[in-house]
Design a protein around this ligand. Sequence first.
Ligand code: ADP
Length: 497
Amino acid sequence: MKKYIVAIDSGTTSVRCIIFDKDARIAALAQHEFRQIFPKAGWVEHDADEIWRLQKLCVDEAMANCRATAAEIAAVGITNQRETCVVWDRKTGKPICNAIVWQCRRTARFCNSLKEKGLSSIIREKTGLVPDAYFSGPKVAWILDNVEGARERAEAGELCFGTIDSWLIWNLTGGRVHATDVSNASRTMLFNINTMAWDRELCDIIGVPEKMLPKVMPSSAIYGECRPSLFGAPIPIGGAAGDQQAALFGQCCFEKGSVKNTYGTGCFMLMNTGEAPIASESGLVSTVAWQLEGQRPAYALEGSVFVAGAAIQWLRDEMKLISSAPESETVAKSVPDTCGCYFVPAFTGIGAPYWNQDARGIITGLTRGAGRAHIVRAALESMAYQSIDVLSAMEKDLGESICALRVDGGASANDFLMQFQADASGVKVVRPASVESTARGAAFLAGLASGFWKDTAEISLVADKDGFKEFKPSVTKEKREELLAGWHKAVKKALND
Ligand code: ADP
């Protein structure tokens, strides 16, 4: 009798294993942080062997906590930090160097050269992405050009490339399966999201031999079986998806036009755009959301806010205005408004839809009456305003307005922020009882492939069992317009044009 799905959640700073029961409730959880390696300013690396070792440890611990037996596990699902890439030896399974992390900027110059060569539009048309150091392809090329002998070995078929999902699948199956899912593939800048295949022309432009690429699979499908020694029986791997796409699935955003926003250090907003990619006119990227076995892929528009919860950390650690992130809620609620202040936390420039790297943080509208609580409130409001700018860009690209925003992530626990998000956007905010959307999404994908859950309709019912909290817009349209006009005036000042 199958009772559980094991979700492997391989994040940027920690790895986790969460075991879900049939009601998608957490039966056990184990987590370990791992080393962040900063060899130079702007460079970020991870030790892929350490990730695998700790991930395995999490699985063992979660299985022990759950007192689950292998016979009770229906399948394993994987979700992972996206874009981070590993290159390993096909024979020994050993990485040839550290993994290059999505945050690493070492390929920025190469990506700028792609833009200067006029390749942005072809990259955008084929991959939905803008050339940026964020994405994996150029990171792989960097490894091939900088690790001695790597390019020759890759050409000879001796090396494998994979994002973290592939690396985990390879290790889980004891080196029998070299595969990735469509959502992870769509973040490499090598994958054509229209034809859903690796693109030879892009591989040539970026300099990655096709021989080293993983097989691309649907996000929900049987990838293979874990080697028996891991669980004590050969459990199937039933799904994989990048973390943001998994969260979109975990939030049951199955319909075209449904949107989720994750409030963490930054904000990640994704909208399901249905069965065709939308070419953004508003500075968003178009990406594959997921593919279920035997079905057409679902696509998404994605926009991110660089500084969201990080502004709260800044108030806590640098300005010392609050002693903890949750305290921001009581402080913000202690005043009726921001006393005319707006805080644009453009510490590292402003992303979608402005895309200005030179913008810098600014607090506008200061008067003698402004105090600590107003600034704290303005910082929380800035998370909502920045999200509204991304949401509006999505509405523009979709040509329709959005009626609900599903939320998760650490800062979504803040009721003031959620109510303000609803008020300032005029859109209902829906927060599920469990904000573990990412791991849940991986579990749902694997649960579908293995028959643990029947279809997305059943999953929606299961996901709603514990209920959710809704925040409904409670201010007039005039008030909303006034708030947003003030915000956009402040953004203009921060843009520094
Ligand atoms: P990440 O996955 O990016 O590390 P989390 O989802 O764990 O982020 O959320 C942590 C971020 O959310 C931190 O930046 C923190 O400042 C912010 N945060 C956490 N709780 C709250 C809260 N109650 N109110 C406002 N911000 C919060």
